[in-house]
Design a protein around this ligand. Structure first.
Ligand SMILES: C[S@@+](CC[C@H](N)C(=O)[O-])C[C@H]1O[C@@H](n2cnc3c(N)ncnc32)[C@H](O)[C@@H]1O
Length: 243
């Protein structure tokens, strides 16, 4: 793919665009590719990124090995993603994010530091999961500080809703995990409750989970802590389908 095509493709981030757009868990701001962004994209996208295709992924092809794959949704600026990938090198990571500035920031980090076990896609995670992630294939999902959509009338935009939790569960291997962290207590309680109603999941901790040792503090976590919000961790595991 030549540079021009690469730069055109990077701004297509969802299947249903314009008037067709359904309810989205994100708002797009500042979608303009600066010359610096363009240089990062053309330098590193081929080795550290991939584009949306309506076709299930082969992880072996994408990573060149058969290590288990963990998928992070909404990595923001991506500092945590890079750090986790270095601290837990026995896994491959797919990072999904629509926010251009964050996407380019992590792409640059991966290229500059030569981090080999992460691949990025700039696309709506719901579409990526539905069209590219085979059922029963993922080792885990990381969802750190998803937008809480605080106002009641915006709750329908929350990423972690019953359909999405079910979608995540179907994509996990039996024994695979969903690891979510949030500083929005009411959202945390809601996800605990919703996950109790998902028959493909179990909560090994009964309630909130203790923090893991390998997760560094994220940008949004820092903000949450500055506002004295409690940080709640949720760890869920996929169980076999009883039907
Ligand atoms: C509040 S930020 C948290 C960022 C980061 N995880 C952190 O803790 O600093 C949530 C991020 O999720 C992304 N996001 C929300 N819905 C998404 C979706 N459906 N697909 C891809 N990214 C999404 C947003 O663009 C945003 O950058």
């Amino acid at each position: 793919m030549d540079d021009k095509e690469l730069l055109e493709k990077i701004n297509r981030i969802e299947i249903r665009e314009g008037r067709e757009r359904g309810i989205k868990s994100y708002v797009l701001r500042n979608n303009v590719i600066s010359p610096k962004d363009a240089s990062v994209i053309t330098s590193y996208m081929r080795d550290h990124g991939f584009f949306f295709e309506d076709k299930m992924l082969s992880y072996e092809k994408l990573f060149g090995n058969s290590n288990p794959v963990v998928i992070e949704i909404g990595f923001g600026m991506g500092d945590t993603t890079a750090e986790v990938a270095i601290r837990r090198p026995e896994f491959n990571y797919i990072g999904i994010e629509v926010f251009l500035h964050g996407f380019v920031n992590l792409l640059n980090e991966l290229g500059q530091r030569n981090i080999e076990n992460v691949r990025l896609i700039r696309f709506n995670a719901v579409d990526v999961l539905n069209h590219m992630i085979p059922d029963g294939s993922a080792e885990g999902f990381h969802i750190f500080f998803p937008d809480p959509w605080q106002k009641k009338r915006h709750h329908k935009r929350r990423l972690m809703n019953p359909e999405f939790i079910h979608l995540l569960s179907t994509k996990l291997k039996v024994g695979g995990y969903i690891y979510m962290v949030t500083d929005w207590e009411e959202y945390a309680e809601e996800v605990l409750e919703l996950s109790a109603g998902e028959k493909l999941l179990m909560n090994p901790f009964g309630g909130f989970a203790p923090p893991v040792t390998w997760r560094p503090v994220t940008k949004f976590e820092q903000k949450g802590m500055e506002s004295e919000h409690p940080i709640n961790e949720i760890w869920l595991e996929r169980i076999a389908d009883s039907e």
